[in-house]
Design a protein around this ligand. Structure first.
Ligand SMILES: [Zn+2]
Length: 176
């Protein structure tokens, strides 16, 4: 599941085939799905006690800010993201003083909107977003940090979108 290279991006990528409305797939339909996803992402929410709607709202607000950074489109409105990050910081504990870092204890799924807002803040604050890319597949829509040395990664997953592209090009080569 670690395609994006950052927890905030794994969250954004819980929508599959985002750029093809006929195929778009919501991978966080309810709180149970949110709990399973969060465990895979390294959180340990024991209780299933809500939060999925807020997590999806955070995801979409962050997507509107982050996608233009990958594609060069007009910048998205950062205000909703600002509000969610400030709200999360308002209830966060200090994890470390120097350098300053914050922590949200995750006991249940209802803690995830705040914990994930901090992940979005970390992504925006600390990562090299000139490395943010959108998968080259025309329907996929997943975002990732290109950590390859020469910055040449094009696909969310070379074994997935990359393979489909190779198969398409092979088909065209052998059928024309
Ligand atoms: Zn892809």
């Amino acid at each position: 599941m670690a395609v994006g290279g950052h927890r905030a991006l794994e969250l954004l990528n819980t929508v599959a085939w985002r750029l093809d409305p006929a195929r778009t797939e919501e991978r966080l339909p309810d709180d149970d799905a949110l709990q399973r996803w969060a465990e895979g992402a390294g959180f340990t929410p024991v209780a299933v006690d809500g939060g999925v709607a807020e997590v999806r709202a955070l995801r979409e607000a962050a997507y509107r800010v982050l996608r233009p950074l990958a594609t060069g489109a007009a910048p998205g409105d950062p205000e909703p993201v600002r509000r969610l990050i400030v709200g999360a910081l308002g209830r966060a504990a200090i994890a470390s003083v120097a350098p300053l870092d914050w922590r949200i204890a995750v006991h249940g799924t209802s803690d995830l909107p705040a914990a994930l807002a901090l992940e979005v803040w970390r992504l925006l604050q600390f990562e090299d977003l000139t490395r943010l890319r959108e998968c080259a597949d025309e329907a996929c829509g997943w975002l990732f940090l290109d950590r390859s040395r020469n910055g040449s990664r094009r696909w969310c997953s070379s074994g997935d979108c990359g393979n489909r592209d190779r198969a398409r090009r092979h088909y065209r080569r052998t059928h024309t």
